[in-house]
Design a protein around this ligand. Structure first.
Ligand SMILES: Nc1ncnc2c1ncn2[C@@H]1O[C@H](COP(=O)(O)OP(=O)(O)OP(=O)(O)O)[C@@H](O)[C@H]1O
Ligand SMILES: Cc1ncc(CO)c(N)n1
Length: 274
């Protein structure tokens, strides 16, 4: 009999993107590329492609709980990421189950709106996200509009972004990454990282492309994969950034709208090792 290999396991709790570029599909592809065993709990199924979201069909709440219970009974994840959580009820139930099983290394991507403008999270869910999910987060990864919605701060300057990061830290997240994809359109894109002590900006060349569907999901999945592998939090942020940068830089020709990033670029294209 062959010897079994020990592997790290990562779980995504998120929505399905039929188009394969964002949501659960982006997460599982990223886990695979980064060498961790991927598991998924679906909150909702979206009918979606590179041009937009055509429909959203939630999984019944009992189905969400049953999936989490199945994982909890047999397959303790080394890290988790949450994506589209759909509603306040789903957020509360997810947080309850994470606490029940004492799962750690939780990356919270507070997904609210898809690139095409479709709402993936109701207004009532904002408060639930703050109350139930942020205190569980080892890393929270809002983009600018999400950070604005969660904090009520208009982010029109670097100072305002730092203030928002502080507020999210105070709400209970260990590390806050306010992503800069939506912050201006200059030569560089910078993500602000706050760990309660220092503010650090991670800066990369902004790639001029319309193929940025699923960048946020992919980035947070890379964080979860690296946490699952046992990396220190600060190091996971640097390597996840490298992963997403490579995936955007080597874009693929899929679909007629906002195409997906290239999830396999990191392994196939030479890149700096961190
Ligand atoms: N054009 C770009 N060039 C380089 N990096 C980018 C670009 N756009 C986004 N990024 C990076 O990708 C990551 C995701 O950021 P972004 O702000 O796009 O997330 P998002 O809006 O949540 O994505 P989505 O909701 O589409 O999945 C961040 O690290 C950001 O800096
Ligand atoms: C299912 C799903 N989750 C997240 C996003 C955000 O990009 C999306 N477009 N679709």
């Amino acid at each position: 009999m062959g010897k079994l290999i020990k592997v790290s396991k990562a779980l995504t709790i998120a929505g399905s993107d039929s188009g394969g570029g964002a949501g659960i599909q982006a997460d599982l592809k990223t886990f695979q590329e980064l060498g961790v065993y991927g598991m998924s709990v679906l909150t909702a199924v979206t009918a979606q492609n590179t041009t937009g979201v055509q429909g959203i069909f939630p999984v019944p709440i009992e189905g969400l709980e049953a999936q989490l219970a199945s994982i909890g009974a047999d397959l303790t994840p080394d890290a988790i990421k949450t994506g589209m959580l759909f509603s306040s009820e789903y957020i509360e139930r997810t947080a309850y189950m994470i606490k029940k099983f004492q799962w750690e290394n939780v990356v919270v991507d507070p997904v609210m709106i898809a690139k095409g403008g479709a709402t993936l999270l109701g207004e009532d869910a904002l408060q639930a996200m703050k109350t139930y999910m942020l205190p569980l987060a080892k890393i929270v990864t809002p983009n600018i509009p999400e950070a604005e919605a969660l904090t009520g701060i208009k982010i029109d300057s670097s100072e305002a972004r730092e203030e928002a990061a502080r507020v999210l830290y105070e709400a209970g997240a260990d590390h806050v990454v306010v992503k800069g994809g939506h912050f201006g359109n200059g030569e560089y894109v910078s993500d602000l990282v706050f760990n309660g002590i220092e503010m650090v900006e991670l800066t990369e060349k902004r790639i001029q492309t319309k193929n940025t569907h699923g960048t946020g999901c992919t980035f947070s999945a890379a964080l979860a994969a690296e946490l699952a592998s046992g990396k220190k939090t600060e190091n996971t942020i640097v390597s996840a950034k490298k992963y997403i940068q490579t995936a955007i830089e080597h874009g693929i020709d899929v679909g007629s709208g906002h195409g997906p990033v290239n999830h396999f670029a990191y392994r196939r294209v030479p890149h700096e090792q961190y």
